[in-house]
Design a protein around this ligand. Structure first.
Ligand SMILES: C[S@@+](CC[C@H](N)C(=O)[O-])C[C@H]1O[C@@H](n2cnc3c(N)ncnc32)[C@H](O)[C@@H]1O
Length: 215
């Protein structure tokens, strides 16, 4: 299956792999927590179709507006201003998803536990978070002083376990490149650093695909 909304996203591969692993399809209800600009919400909306629903949740009202406008063509997307720590959806969902969220929140365990309690019995929680310091620009480690937990990806499997979830699959994956291309463009966008011809390995994203207990 090709996920059209992710075509230009350098981190599209881990997401596409995770979504395939779930067997997500038309009619699913999903929540994208820390939806930001709404890229993932739109990709999910394309998959779940008009019979499905996607709650695009963000604590920042400006991000909520951005997600709502990115998803304007999809009546199945409902944008909500809410903190992950207070996550409360109108219905239990099949999938609670986050990407590049837990590194920014005060207590990642609290947010993951809220996500676990937002899914139906047997529902899915997928988290994709970076190990920032494992990224490299010309061999030197990345840093992200603005993030509260820049290396939270390294703790994801145990965070999922502590949230009462059963991990079905987990892995780490990093886009890499040298010279002009999407990896250099992404780095410039993220850090305003132009890597020129230097080799870049973006921070690996750890994916955890986990399931809530069935009963
Ligand atoms: C780096 S962006 C990630 C955007 C999107 N998930 C993606 O992968 O493209 C992080 C988003 O999380 C939101 N955020 C930060 N703390 C949050 C919290 N406690 N609850 C919900 N959203 C939060 C921010 O407002 C921002 O839009």
């Amino acid at each position: 299956m090709e996920f059209r909304g992710l075509r230009d996203d350098v981190y599209r591969r881990p997401l596409a792999t995770a979504l395939e692993r779930l067997g997500i399809g038309p009619g699913w209800t999903c929540a994208d927590i820390g939806a930001g600009g709404g890229d993932v919400s739109v990709a999910l909306a394309e998959i779940v179709g008009r019979d499905g629903r996607v709650y695009a949740v963000d604590s920042d009202p400006a991000a909520r507006d951005e997600a709502a406008s990115a998803a304007a063509a999809f009546s199945q997307v409902i944008a909500i201003t809410q903190a992950g720590e207070d996550l409360l959806l109108p219905e239990p969902v099949d999938l609670a998803f986050c990407r590049f969220l837990l590194l920014h929140v005060a207590d990642p365990a609290v947010v993951l536990a809220r996500m676990a309690s937002a899914v139906r019995p047997g529902g899915w929680v997928v988290a994709q978070e970076p190990i920032t310091s494992a990224g490299r620009i010309d061999g030197a480690p990345f840093s992200m002083p603005s993030a509260r937990h820049p290396d939270i990806g390294a703790l994801l499997p145990s965070l999922a376990r502590d949230a009462g979830l059963v991990t079905v699959d987990a892995w780490a994956e990093a886009p890499a490149g040298a010279g002009p291309g999407p990896v250099a463009d992404y780095l410039r966008l993220l850090t305003e650093v132009d890597p020129g011809d230097d080799p870049v390995v973006l921070p690996p994203l750890v994916t955890v695909v986990a399931q809530a207990p069935s009963t």
